[in-house]
Design a protein around this ligand. Structure first.
Ligand SMILES: Nc1ncnc2c1ncn2[C@@H]1O[C@H](COP(=O)(O)OP(=O)(O)OP(=O)(O)O)[C@@H](O)[C@H]1O
Length: 412
């Protein structure tokens, strides 16, 4: 049997990744990949997963999760990735395009995936699109950089940092137009909280208090219940009702206004913009954080415009104010969405796996922004990830540790 060829393609801010994926799967095949022309290729990506989720939501058709009664949408992101990979393997393609396959996976799952890919690489060509250099698969020897839409050989310089990603915020985090109306010290309190879905126990005896201005990192393996815990705070999960869960001084389910809770929380997760195609300028996206709607449906006041300008200036994005949000790089979009979530200085800012898909330079820049927000504002920050994020300076870490009776929480 012929030895299979494999490639790693480095993606940066300017790479036209979608176009590359389309060409490699549907043609015209880029010259460098002529050996794959007319071969069957499949895509392992968040985009593919979203399609299956849509399919299930709209037509109630299960494709990659046939073996379980659980809906794909409710599976943790790690579980979703595993299901997709198993499905793709079983279709036996000639080649697989892996779009940042290790994002959202905990260390053990990453190891498992590496072993599976190593095995499949004997019979199937792999094209790995990566942003973080540590993620490169060991059996790959062809390295390239996707420079806009041109592929360039990338021999020794993988370790070089992008000079444009130096961290230099030019001022302090701007103050809000009006301070928050919540004056309490304790923002969130979980007291002996338990969650199960049917027989499946997810969380047991969770005790966690988040106070004003604290900087937390929430970590835990795939499926340990991080999103479940957060969804009880952000209001999308009714599991907290009837238990000792207090949000901004009020017991959950005691007739509190969902609106009051929502307005006290800034929230950002990359999934919010994955499917976003609205034609709003960078400036209007930031302003919309003051009006709680995406885009701009109300005319902005002069004060609002001035505040948005301050934010864009700090982020060094002022020159891009009129560019459509959808045309900005992923790193720039994440900064804008974080500014949008933070502009009113909500008492609590939740960032759910915000560095997934960012390259090393942009991840560092993003983390520096989060550290700065935590330091210079009275907003409490909860940064969620499956691993300890290098460079992040949280005061406290809350870890969910899995067990058959549901995850327990441990303060580190
Ligand atoms: N509606 C539901 N029905 C059944 N199980 C569910 C439901 N929602 C979540 N789960 C399960 O709860 C567990 C915890 O999921 P959750 O998304 O909270 O984990 P997570 O720590 O955020 O994981 P990841 O790091 O992979 O995103 C998973 O096993 C998931 O499949």
């Amino acid at each position: 049997m012929n030895k299979k060829e494999h490639w790693a393609i480095f993606i940066n801010n300017d790479s036209r990744k979608s176009l590359f994926i389309k060409n490699i799967l549907e043609g015209p095949t880029p010259l460098e990949f002529k050996s794959l022309e007319h071969k069957k290729g499949l895509l392992f990506s968040k985009i593919t997963l979203n399609k299956f989720i849509d399919e299930e939501e709209r037509h109630d058709i299960k494709i990659i999760n046939k073996n379980t009664a659980q809906k794909l949408k409710t599976m943790s992101s790690g579980e979703q990735k595993k299901a997709l990979l198993a499905y793709i393997f079983q279709l036996k393609p000639d080649f697989i395009v892996l779009d940042n396959p290790f994002d959202n996976l905990d260390t053990d799952s990453q190891k498992d995936l590496k072993v599976s890919l190593q095995n499949i690489s004997k019979t199937t060509s792999i094209i790995q699109l990566i942003s973080r250099k540590a993620d490169m698969l060991p059996f790959i020897s062809n390295l390239m950089l996707l420079d806009k839409s041109t592929l360039r050989p990338q021999p020794q310089s993988i370790g070089k940092e992008d000079a444009n990603t130096g961290i230099n915020f030019s001022g302090r985090i701007p103050l809000p137009l009006t301070p928050t109306d919540y004056k309490g010290t304790v923002l969130i309190e979980f007291k002996n909280i338990n969650v199960a879905y049917g027989e499946k126990k997810i969380l047991q005896n969770i005790n966690w208090t988040i106070k004003k201005g604290e900087f937390w990192q929430l970590i835990g393996k795939n499926g340990s219940g991080k999103s479940t815990l957060l969804s009880m705070i952000t209001g999308d999960n009714h599991k907290g009702y009837g238990q000792q869960l207090y949000l901004f001084g009020q017991r959950k389910g005691s007739g509190e206004s969902v609106w009051d809770i929502k307005k006290r929380i800034g929230y950002y997760t990359p999934a919010m913009t994955d499917k976003f195609s609205g034609l709003h300028s960078a400036m209007n996206m930031v302003i919309s954080g003051m009006n709680d709607s995406i885009g701009l449906y109300l005319r902005a006041t002069e004060n609002q415009k001035a505040l948005a300008k301050e934010w864009l200036t700090i982020l060094d994005l002022w020159h891009l104010r009129d560019v459509y949000f959808a045309e900005l790089s992923t790193g720039q979009q994440r900064m804008i969405m974080t500014a949008r979530a933070m502009i009113k200085h909500p008492p609590l800012l939740i960032l759910d796996e915000p560095t997934a898909g960012l390259d090393d330079g942009n991840a560092r820049l993003f983390i520096a922004l989060v550290n700065k927000i935590a330091k210079e504002s009275e907003t409490a920050v909860v940064f969620v990830s499956h691993r300890k994020e290098e460079g992040l300076e949280p005061q406290h870490t809350y870890e969910l540790i899995q067990s058959p009776q549901g995850s327990i929480g441990k303060r580190i």
